[in-house]
Design a protein around this ligand. Structure first.
Ligand SMILES: [Zn+2]
Length: 314
C-alpha cells in the first residue's frame, strides 16, 4: 500500500488489504469526510490493489499499477460532471453517463473495473486546497485531467444534486445486483447527502482530514492590536481589507475566515486564565464559525465580511 496513505490512515488501509485478500469488499463503497483529494487517492489505491498483477506491494511496477498511478487505466474510471462525459450537460453526472457505465458492464473484462463517482471542477486552488493537492500528488497519483491555464482538477463530494435522478435509479439497480469484479466508489462530504438506498447497500468509511495548513495573519493583525477594542475607524474598512487581500491573492473566502479563526484560537490559548476575555474570544470564534456557514450557504463574501466587521465593532 502507498506509504503516505498507510502512515496517515493505518486502520482504513489495513482493513482494505484484508478485505481484498479475503474477498470481503463490498461492491459499493462510500468514502466520506472533508478532504476529497485524499479520498480520491484512497479510491485509486484501492483500484490499484484490486488490479495489481503481482503482489500488490507499494512499489509494484506492473502494467496495471503503473497505469493507475498515471490515471490512464482503461478500467479505472472517474465519473463526474466533467470527467468521462459524452453529452454536453454541465451540472450533473448525466443519465447518459450512467448508462454508458452500465452498458460497459455487459461485456466481460480482464480487469477489476472501478468507477469513482465524485463532483469535480477545473479551478485555481486556494492555499488550503493547494496543500491538499500536494499531499495527494505526494501519494504518487495523477489526477484524471492535466493542469490547464493554471487550473487544476479539483474533486469535491458528490451529492444527490450532482447525479441525474433517472441515472441514480438505474445505478441503484446495478448496486442491488452486483457484478463480480466491479466496484463503485462514491466520494462525499456527508453520507447523508447521498440517496439512502445507495447508502444502505454500501460499505461506509470515514476519511478524516489531517492536513496542516499555514494561516496568514499579517494582513489583518493591526485591527486586532487593541482587541477586543477595534482600531478606531469604519468597520467597512476592515471588511474591505479582507476582501482586497482575498482578491489579490486569489484566496477562497473560507480561507480568509479560517485565518481569523486561527488567530482567535491562538489568542484563546494564551488567555485561558483571563476568564472574561477568554469568554469573549470564544464567542468571537463562534461568530467566525457562523461566517463560514454563511459562505457555505452561498452568501456573497462582501456581505459576510461586513457582517463580521460590524460584529467586531459593536
Ligand atoms: Zn502491480
Amino acid at each position: 500500500m502507498n506509504k503516505i496513505l498507510k502512515e496517515k490512515y493505518p486502520y482504513l488501509i489495513s482493513f482494505f488489504e484484508t478485505a481484498i485478500e479475503q474477498k470481503k469488499l463490498f461492491h459499493s463503497i462510500i468514502l466520506y469526510g472533508s478532504n476529497n483529494y485524499i479520498q480520491y487517492a484512497i479510491a485509486l489505491e484501492l483500484a490499484r490493489q484490486l488490479n495489481c498483477l503481482e503482489d500488490r506491494r507499494i512499489d509494484c511496477n506492473c502494467r496495471n499499477c503503473r497505469w493507475i498511478r498515471e490515471n490512464k487505466h482503461p478500467a479505472v474510471v472517474t465519473v463526474s460532471k466533467i470527467d468521462n462525459k459524452s453529452d454536453d450537460s454541465k451540472t450533473v453526472i448525466s443519465e447518459e453517463q450512467i448508462n454508458n457505465v452500465l452498458n460497459s458492464l455487459v461485456s466481460s473484462s480482464d480487469y477489476h473495473r472501478v468507477f469513482i463517482f465524485c463532483d469535480a471542477s477545473m479551478k485555481k486552488l486556494s492555499p488550503e486546497e493547494n496543500v491538499k493537492y500536494n499531499e495527494f500528488k505526494s501519494a504518487l497519483y495523477n489526477p484524471p485531467q492535466e493542469e490547464k491555464d493554471d487550473k487544476i482538477w479539483y474533486p469535491s463530494g458528490v451529492n444527490r444534486l450532482c447525479i441525474s435522478s433517472v441515472g441514480a435509479n438505474e445505478m441503484l439497480k446495478s448496486i442491488e445486483e452486483p457484478i463480480d469484479d466491479v466496484t463503485f466508489i462514491f466520494l462525499t462530504n456527508n453520507k447523508d447527502d447521498l440517496l439512502p438506498t445507495i447508502v444502505s447497500r454500501s460499505q461506509l468509511f470515514s476519511v478524516p482530514d489531517f492536513i496542516n495548513i499555514n494561516y496568514e495573519i499579517d494582513f489583518f493583525k493591526d485591527y486586532f492590536e487593541n482587541y477586543p477594542v477595534f482600531r478606531k475607524n469604519n468597520p467597512l474598512d476592515f471588511a474591505q481589507v479582507l476582501f482586497n487581500y482575498q482578491q489579490e491573492k486569489e484566496y477562497s473566502p473560507l480561507y480568509i475566515i479560517d485565518c481569523i479563526q486561527y488567530y482567535l484560537t491562538e489568542l484563546l490559548k494564551s488567555n485561558t486564565n483571563n476568564k472574561l476575555l477568554a469568554r469573549k474570544i470564544y464567542k468571537d470564534i463562534q461568530k467566525t464559525e457562523n461566517s463560514k456557514k454563511m459562505l457555505k450557504a452561498y452568501i456573497k463574501e462582501q456581505t459576510v465580511y461586513e457582517d463580521l466587521a460590524f460584529y467586531f465593532y459593536e
